[in-house]
Design a protein around this ligand. Structure first.
Ligand SMILES: [Zn+2]
Length: 400
C-alpha cells in the first residue's frame, strides 16, 4: 500500500507538471493566474510547480502582459534551449539525424544515403557516427540531451523497440534500434512510425496545438496516417493504426506486398508517379519534362505549377486516389482537420484544391460539416521534426 500511495503521488505530480508545461507550450507566454484558470490547479500548486520548473531552467519569466487595468502579471515561457532531444528519421533510402530544442527548433541536421546493399552492421555504423557527430556539436550540451527519438518506416514492434521487416528495406529485418541506442549512449530512446511522429510534431509545435482530433497524412514511397484523438496519439492495440496506404481501392487490382489486393499506395506513391512520367516522356509525350536527364518529384511539381499537362494530370490523379483514402479516414474518425506532409507537401500549391473538391463530393457528413484540409506546418520536413518530438512529447507529458 505504501508503494501505491507514493506511486500515486508521483503520478499526480507528473500529471500536474505536464498540465503546466503543455499550457505554457501551447500559449507561448502565459501568466500564473491564467495557468491556474486553464489547468484547474490551485494558484498555490501552480506557484509551487512553476518555481521548481524555473529552478531547473525549464521555464523563464518574461515581459509583462499588456493590460489596460489592474495589476500586470509577469508572463512565463519555455526556456527553449534548456534541454534538447536527438532525432533519427529512418526512411527507405536515407537516414536523417538532428537535434531539436524544447521549442521544436532544429539546431543541427544531417542526411545520409543508404546504399542498396546495406548490412545491419553498416546501418548501425551510419546511425552511430551520425549521432556521434551531433553529440560533438558545440551547441549541444551533452548533459542537456533528454533522449533519442526514432521515427521509422514500419512495421514496428513498439513494445520492444524493434523495426520489424519494412518492405524494400535492403532485406533488413528485426532491427533492435532502441536497445542499440540505449546501450551505446545510455540515453532513453523512443521508437514510433514516421507518421505518428509527424502528427506529434504538428500537435506540439505546428498548426495543431489547439486541435483535439486531427489526422496527419504523409505521402512518400508509401502512404500512412498519424491519428490524434482527444489530444492523444491513437496507435491501435498493436501499434498498427493509420496504415491507410493499405486500404484496398480496387478489388481486382494488383497484389500488394502486404497480402491485400489493390492497395491505395500501389496507385498513389511518389516514386511510382516519377516512374510513370519517365516512361511517358520516353514514349515522346508532349511535356516540358521530355528530354530532361533525370525526372524527379521536384521537377514534376515544378512543371505542374507551370501548367504542364502531363505533370498536372498526374498530380490530379494522385489527388483523386488519395481522396479515396482520406474519405475512409474521415468516415472512420470524424477529424476536425487533416494535415498533409512528407514529400507531397512540395505540391501544396496544386494538390489541395483538387483534393478538397474530390473529398467534398464523397464523405458521409458533407451536408452538415466541412472538413479542413491543409499542409503541415513543417511540410516535407515533418518526419524530421517528428523524430525528436517523440522524446519531447514524453517530456511534455511529464514522463521525464
Ligand atoms: Zn497493401
Amino acid at each position: 500500500m505504501q508503494f501505491n500511495d507514493s506511486h500515486n503521488q508521483s503520478t499526480v505530480k507528473a500529471n500536474n507538471r505536464s498540465l503546466i508545461l503543455k499550457a505554457v507550450n501551447a500559449f507561448g507566454e502565459i501568466s500564473r493566474a491564467d495557468l491556474a484558470r486553464l489547468t484547474g490547479l490551485t494558484k498555490t500548486s501552480v506557484t509551487k510547480i512553476v518555481k521548481s520548473l524555473i529552478k531547473k531552467g525549464i521555464l523563464v519569466e518574461t515581459g509583462i502582459q499588456k493590460s489596460q487595468f489592474g495589476r500586470k502579471p509577469i508572463l512565463l515561457k519555455i526556456n527553449n534551449n534548456s534541454y534538447f532531444s536527438i532525432g533519427l528519421y529512418i526512411s527507405r533510402d536515407f537516414i536523417y539525424t538532428n537535434a531539436a530544442n524544447l521549442g521544436g527548433q532544429l539546431i543541427y541536421k544531417e542526411k545520409r544515403s543508404l546504399s542498396k546493399h546495406l548490412s545491419m552492421k553498416n546501418l548501425k555504423s551510419h546511425i552511430k557516427s551520425s549521432i556521434d557527430n551531433i553529440l560533438a556539436h558545440e551547441k549541444l550540451p551533452k548533459d542537456k540531451v533528454l533522449g533519442i527519438g526514432v521515427a521509422s518506416i514500419g512495421p514496428l514492434d513498439l513494445a520492444n523497440g524493434i523495426i520489424l521487416n519494412p518492405p524494400n528495406f535492403k532485406g533488413l529485418k528485426s532491427i533492435p534500434v532502441v536497445d542499440f541506442l540505449q546501450n551505446e549512449y545510455g540515453l532513453p530512446a523512443v521508437l514510433d512510425n514516421d507518421m505518428n511522429a509527424a502528427a506529434l510534431a504538428e500537435k506540439l509545435f505546428g498548426h495543431a496545438k489547439e486541435c483535439k482530433d486531427f489526422i496527419y497524412v504523409g505521402v512518400t514511397n508509401g502512404i500512412g496516417a498519424g491519428i490524434v484523438l482527444d489530444n492523444s496519439l491513437f496507435r491501435g492495440h498493436n501499434g498498427f493504426a493509420g496504415e491507410i496506404g493499405h486500404i484496398s481501392i480496387d478489388m481486382n487490382g494488383e497484389k500488394c506486398a502486404c497480402g491485400n489486393t489493390g492497395c491505395l499506395e500501389l496507385y498513389a506513391n511518389i516514386p511510382g508517379i516519377v516512374e510513370k512520367i519517365q516512361i511517358s516522356t520516353e514514349l515522346g509525350y508532349h511535356s516540358s519534362l521530355t528530354g530532361q536527364d533525370r525526372i524527379t518529384w521536384e521537377s514534376i511539381v515544378h512543371a505542374a505549377n507551370e501548367n504542364d499537362s502531363l505533370a498536372a494530370g498526374s498530380v490530379e490523379k494522385l489527388a483523386y486516389y488519395l481522396s479515396i483514402g482520406l474519405v475512409s479516414l474521415i468516415n472512420s474518425f470524424d477529424p476536425e482537420i487533416i494535415f498533409l506532409g512528407h514529400e507531397i507537401a512540395l505540391a501544396k500549391d496544386i494538390i489541395l484544391h483538387p483534393l478538397q473538391q474530390f473529398i467534398n463530393q464523397s464523405y458521409l457528413s458533407r451536408y452538415s460539416k466541412k472538413i479542413k484540409l491543409t499542409i503541415s506546418k513543417f511540410g516535407q520536413n515533418a518526419p524530421n521534426i517528428g523524430a525528436p518530438s517523440l522524446v519531447l512529447n514524453n517530456f511534455f507529458n511529464g514522463e521525464m
